[in-house]
Design a protein around this ligand. Sequence first.
Ligand SMILES: [Zn+2]
Length: 294
Amino acid sequence: MADAIVRALLQGSNLKVSVAVLTQTAREGRARHRLKAASASLFAQGLLGGALMASLQKGETRINLQLECDGPMRGFFVDAAANGDIRGYVKNPDVDVELSEGVFQWRAALGNSGFISVLRDVGGEYYRSSVELVSMRLADDLNYYFKTSDQVATRVALTVQREGSEGLGRVAGVLVQAMPEADHEALERIGRDLESKLEDAVAHLDTLEANALLGALFPGVPALVELPVRFTCTCSKERALATVENLGVDEVQHIVDTLGSTAVSCQFCGSKHEISLPELFAMLARLGRPQPKH
Ligand SMILES: [Zn+2]
C-alpha cells in the first residue's frame, strides 16, 4: 500500500486533522542511508513529524524539521514539501542501542539535552523557531514545540510499530490543530488519548492506509485531500557536475592530477554521483584550460 497523508476537518469543533502513513518511506530512508535499528526508528518519527508539519503548509512550500541532541544519535534533518516529497538524514546512522520501555525510552540514543528547530517557508519568507528538548521523545517534544513556539494549539502523536523481525512494521502519525474559533476543549479532550488511540488503531487495522486510519481515529469524518508521500531528492548528476565545476579550474585540475575521477555524495538521500575523467576534461575545457590529448 502506497504511503499517503490525508487531511480532514472536524466540523463543529473547527479542528483540522492530518493523518500520515509512511511505512514505505521510512523503510526507503533506512535503505538509502543504511540505518541501524534505533537510527531507523528515530528517522521514521522524524519523517512523520516533517510530513505532518508540511501538510499544514500552503502551495509549493516546504519545511525543515531538525533535531540536535547530545546523545549518540546526534540528531536528524528532514526536508518536507507540501506536495508530499520528503528527504532527510540521521546524523549518526549506526545507533543500535537497546531502547528501554517508558518515558525514558529514547535517552540512551538522544542523551539529555538538545533542541528541535523548524524552518518554515511562508510565501517566500523563511521563519525559524526552535525549542529545547524537554521529553527526549519526539512526539512529546513536538507538542512542546507547538505550545511554546508556534502558539497554535496542536496535538501530535506518532507511532513506529514492530511486525515480527521488521522494526519498521507500521509507521504512522496524526496531527490535530485548532483553526480560528476552534473548540479548544474538544482539542484538549482529543489530545488526552490521541497517542493510545493511534497506537491501537494502527495495530488493529487489517491494512494500514491513511484513509482507513482517519476513519478509525475519527469515525465518519471524510478525507478532503489525499496526497501521496515519497522519499525523493532534488539532487542530480547535473547538479553534481555544477558543484565540482564551481570549485574552480585549479581544484578541478588537482582532482584530475591526483584522483583521476571523483564522486559527489548527497547527504540528503545517500545517492553517489560519479564524475569520470572525460567529464573532468570537458569541465577543464569549459573553464578555459583544455588538456593535452592523451
Ligand atoms: Zn540527493
